[in-house]
Every structure is written in C-alpha cells, then in structure tokens.
Design a protein around this ligand. Sequence first.
Ligand SMILES: Nc1nc2c(ncn2[C@@H]2O[C@H](COP(=O)(O)OP(=O)(O)O)[C@@H](O)[C@H]2O)c(=O)[nH]1
Ligand SMILES: [Mg+2]
Length: 196
Amino acid sequence: MDSKLVVFMAGPQKTGKTAITNYLAEMSESLESNEYRPTQGVRYPTTHSRILEIEKKLIADPKKGQKWREANVTVELWDCSGDLNLVDCWRAFSNKIHGAIFVVSADGKNDKDLDPWQEAIGLAKPNQYTIFAHKQVQSGGKTKVKPTNKVLSKSPIVYTNLDQDPESIKTEFDSFLSNIYSVYLENREREENAIV
Ligand SMILES: Nc1nc2c(ncn2[C@@H]2O[C@H](COP(=O)(O)OP(=O)(O)O)[C@@H](O)[C@H]2O)c(=O)[nH]1
Ligand SMILES: [Mg+2]
C-alpha cells in the first residue's frame, strides 16, 4: 500500500531550506544566482510554503529495529517560509505532519530559534525530526549546533553543504524518512487495534 508522508522543511530564514528542498526533489535551480528569493506560497498561498511531491522507495534498517522491509511512499515536502510570524499557521497543520527537517546555520547561531517551531509542529519523538546544520559556504568556521529544546536535543544532527558532500544529504534524508515511516506504521497499527 502506498503511503503519504508529510515532511516540513523548517527553520529560520536564509538557512538553505529551499536549496536543500530543490536538491532533494532534483530540481535544477542554480545555486549560482546571487539574488535571494524568500519563499512564497504556491499551492497554499496563505501558509507561505511551497509543496513538492517526491516518490521514494524506502528500505528499512534492521539495526534500528525497523520491522518492515521496504515501502513505496509519496513524500510531500513542504518548503516553509522561515518567517516566525507564521508559526501559528504551522500549529494548524500539526496533526497532518509526519516529520520535520530543521535547517539551521552550522555555526549554532539559530539553535534557540527552533523552539517555537518544534512546539508548533508538536511531534513528540526525537526521531521524527532531523537537524541539518547547514554550511552555505565551505569554511573552516566553527560548527556547533546544540539545541536546548527537550525533544530536539535528542534528534539526529548532521552537518550539510551542497557543494562539498551533496550525497550525504540524500543518505540522511532517506534515513530520516525510514524513521518517520516506522512511527507512521506504529501509529497506524495502534489506530487499527483501537477500532477492532
Ligand atoms: N553554494 C551554496 N549555496 C547555498 C547552499 N545552501 C544555500 N545556498 C544559497 O544560500 C541562499 C539562501 O538559501 P535558501 O535555500 O534560499 O534559504 P531559505 O530561506 O532557508 O530557503 C541562496 O542563494 C542559496 O542558493 C550551499 O550548500 N551551497
Ligand atoms: Mg526558502
């Protein structure tokens, strides 16, 4: 059975959310253009996000105790606006989100900015999130991301850069998807048992 996973690409402004979303959806918008374009809503203009659909084949990781083998899923990737004034909009969607990727600056300067997002999205398990500590330019600068938020402090963190190591972004995305798919299955099973 095909399942749909709704994933938010969230976090503060100008951290690289759109660039990473485009890369994951294999859209070839060039990184070369210097012009910054804040994300505007496309399908749902009032919520200021852009939604891309990706078809994915997921493979389970038995080392993580995932009990399924493989699955074909449709991922609805929401490239959200980083505008914090919209946090209440995200709250309205919280019961249809399966996971969120937080893109933050690798230097750690926006760690605290994630708290209102996590609270609005409201998912309770650390592995329903992943943090991309993103470096827009390759540099020897400090990389220190340490979320203080109770849930996010236990979520996986990976350092990302699209020029240096784009492949690892795909690998981490796949691993995150298999985590949230496992939670999705557990929840579905629980609901089914509740009905019986
Ligand atoms: N060269 C390079 N540029 C990047 C990278 N990530 C983001 N950018 C650029 O940084 C700017 C801001 O990124 P964007 O994805 O629009 O940020 P958003 O506001 O979080 O969606 C854009 O001009 C991107 O093209 C990267 O890994 N490498
Ligand atoms: Mg954007």
